[in-house]
Design a protein around this ligand. Sequence first.
Ligand SMILES: Cc1ncc(COP(=O)(O)O)c(C=O)c1O
Length: 391
Amino acid sequence: MPVLAAAATRLRQSPIRAVTLAIQARGGINLGQGLCDLPTPEPIRDGAHASLDAGVSTYTAYNGIAPLRAAIAEKARTFNRLPVRSDDEVVVSVGSTGAFAAALLALCEPGDEAVVFEPFYGYHTGLMRLFGIVPVSVPLDGPNWDVDLDAVRAAITSKTKVVVVCTPANPSGKVWTEAELAGLLALAEAHDLWIVTDEIYEYMTYDGRQHVSLASLPGAYDRTVTVSGFSKTYNMTGWRLGYAVARPDVAERIGLVSDLLYVCAPAPLQHGVAAAFAMPGAYFDDLLDFYVARRAQLCDALEQVGMAFTRPQGAYYVLADTSPLRARFDGFENADAAMQTLIEKAGVGTVSGTAFFADSARAGGIVRFCYAKEEPILDDACRRLIETFGR
Ligand SMILES: Cc1ncc(COP(=O)(O)O)c(C=O)c1O
C-alpha cells in the first residue's frame, strides 16, 4: 500500500477535544477550550443576515472585500499604530490561523528554523512542523514570563528565518512591553529575520497595561507580519475570519498563498463582520470589565485550592501549577495526571501543560484554565474546585 506523508502521520487530535468529550461524559464545566460562550454582537449577526438575504454567495477577491480591508487598514493605523499606507497591505483570510499559515508559507522554506517562546500556542508549532519548519523554543523565565534576550540570541542559528511573538500570549497571559519588543526587534535586525506577531487577544490587557504592536516600532514594519482576527474580540470563533497586515509586496505573497489554500474567506461573513468596526468604544470597555471580573473570580478560587500561578497580564487564560496539591491529594504527579484528576474529581476541564512545552517534563504540574465563560458557569466551576480541593 502507498504510505501516508510522515508529517500527517505524526499529527494527533488536540487533547482539548478529548477533554471536551470527557467532560460531556462525566458532566461538568469545560474550562479547557479557548472560546467564549458569549453571543456574537448583534450588529455583526445582522450584517451577515443582510448579506445572506442580499444573495452574497460568490467568491470574493483573494485578499478579502475592499470595504473590509479598508476598515482593517484603518484599525491597524489607529489602534495598532502601524504605518499602513494602502488597503493592499491587508489580507483577509480564514481565521487568524489561516493568515498565520499563509504567512509561514510565504516567509519560510522547509528546513528553516523559527524561534517561538515557551510556553507556546500549539497551532504555531504544529503548523511549522507540518510545513517542515523547525520550531526552536526559548523558555520565558520565572513567574512573570520574562524574556531573556541572551537566550534568544543563543537560539538563533544560520537557519533561523523568523521569530514568532504572541502578545497578549496564549497560554501565559504575558503582555510584551515595548522595551522587550524593541530588544527583540534589534536582534531580528542584527540577524536579518522576519517577525510574525499573533495579536488575537490585543483588546484584552489588564491593570492598565497597553497592547503594543511590534510593527509600530520604528523600522519594524517592513520585516513584520501582524496577524489578528475577530474570533476572540467579538466571540465568533466559528466564523473563521482573520487577517494579516504587512508591507505591500509581503502582503501580496501572503494573499496569494491564502488564495491557494482557501480561495477566500466566507463571503457573506466578510460583509457581516464589517459591522465590528462600528462597535462603540463602550463595547471594548465592557469586554475588559467582563474579563477583569472573570479573572478575579477564577484566580480567587485557584488561590483557595492552593495552586501556584501568576495573574495573567492579558488574554483569558490562567496557567496554574497544581504541584502544591500533591501534599494533600493523589493524582497530581504531573500535568496530564492533574488534568485527569480535575475532570474525574471536580468535573472541571483544563488543558494539560504538556500542550505548551517542547519537552513535556518542563510542564511540571501545570494546567491551563480558560475564564472566558458566563459568570454563573465560571461560578459553578470555581465552586466545584473549592469543594473538592479547598484547604
Ligand atoms: C494565540 C492564538 N492565535 C490564534 C487563535 C485562533 O484564532 P482564529 O480563530 O482567528 O483562527 C487562537 C485561539 O485559541 C489563539 O489562542
